[in-house]
Design a binder for this molecule. Sequence first.
Ligand SMILES: [Zn+2]
Length: 74
Amino acid sequence: MTTRVRHQAPPPPNGCRWCGIEQRGHARRWVTSRGFHTWEQPTQAQRLARMRARRNAKADRVLDKRLNALKEKP
Ligand SMILES: [Zn+2]
């Protein structure tokens, strides 16, 4: 099985199982792994992984900000 990474930021936890786009505004989309599809509920594991990824990404941004602030001080 291959893992495709097509998002810069983690998708919303309740985003489509196949493409990560939220139900509102999804309509019909095309992705390589699934082809044309309508919004489909993500799996519980996907929801958890997305929530973790978002939390980690947020923590990284906060840390980067603090580190950059330290660097800028004379
Ligand atoms: Zn989708």
